[in-house]
Design a protein around this ligand. Structure first.
Ligand code: MG
Length: 249
């Protein structure tokens, strides 16, 4: 069942979204060569607590941290670790959520560690741009397939692989609500988009093929070919006035 949110609920979700966005911002500002992914996680964790919210991911399905931090060929769900120290030229995806007043904000971004290659920068830029292509289709009266198709066509025409096994999702009192929001699709197909729907749109885009593999830690997802992957995400409300990004400061 897809839960439509009232205007009052959207205001609460905007609060959760702002804290989530702030935590992602400070986490991203901490990214530099020599920093461990554990330290970045701690900074995000403290930010969320300081703002009266709780880290949505911590304990979710047993996940042991506030943020999923995925480096280079890691697509998503990387576990922060003191042993994972960022190096010049890496790219790092940070995904985190904050819950306040019972509502969730969920967002992600990929950051450069120092100077990165032109190829890595192009992957990051394309992934970010594809998110906004998808958001532009999050309009009442449209269909879910419009969003997925926009992301997919933007990335595939640039030679990238679009991850299939993981998708965006509805967001509300739960981090993962219906519907699933794939980063691929057919225009005009799928669930009708209605005012009050809130969805996380989150392209996971690979430099090479879309194929992934799951690591033995039970969480980390990597590209199968070992090439880079990038990830951007916003929580977005579909309203009569068009798409509203909730994960903003
Ligand atoms: Mg998400």
């Amino acid at each position: 069942m897809i839960v439509l949110k009232t205007t009052g609920e959207l205001a609460l979700m905007r609060e959760a979204g702002a804290i989530s966005a702030g935590a992602l911002k400070v986490a991203g500002e901490a990214v530099e060569p020599g920093v461990s992914t554990w330290e970045i996680d701690r900074i995000a964790h403290e930010y969320i607590l300081r703002h009266g919210a709780t880290p949505t991911f911590l304990g979710y399905g047993g996940f042991p941290a506030t943020a999923c931090i995925s480096v280079n060929d890691e697509v998503i769900h990387g576990i922060p670790s003191k042993k994972r120290v960022l190096r010049e030229g890496d790219i790092v995806s940070i995904d985190l959520g904050a819950t306040i007043h019972g509502y969730v904000g969920d967002n992600a971004a990929t950051f450069a560690v120092g100077d990165i290659s032109a190829e890595a920068k192009r992957l990051i830029d394309t992934t970010r741009e594809s998110l906004y292509e998808g958001i532009a289709r999050a309009v009442a009266g449209g269909r879910l397939g419009d969003i997925g198709h926009a992301v997919q066509s933007y990335c595939e025409t640039r030679g990238y692989g679009v991850v299939r096994e993981y998708t965006g999702h509805g967001v509300g009192t739960e981090m993962h609500e219906e519907p699933s929001v794939p980063n691929y699709g057919t225009p005009g197909r799928g669930v009708r988009l209605l005012p009050g729907m809130v969805i996380a749109i989150e392209p996971m885009i690979n430099e090479g093929t879309h194929a992934i593999r799951n690591m033995p830690d039970g969480w980390t997802v990597k590209t199968r070919d070992g090439k880079l992957s990038a990830h951007f995400e916003h929580t977005v409300a579909i309203t009569a006035d068009g798409p509203k990004i909730l994960t903003r400061l």
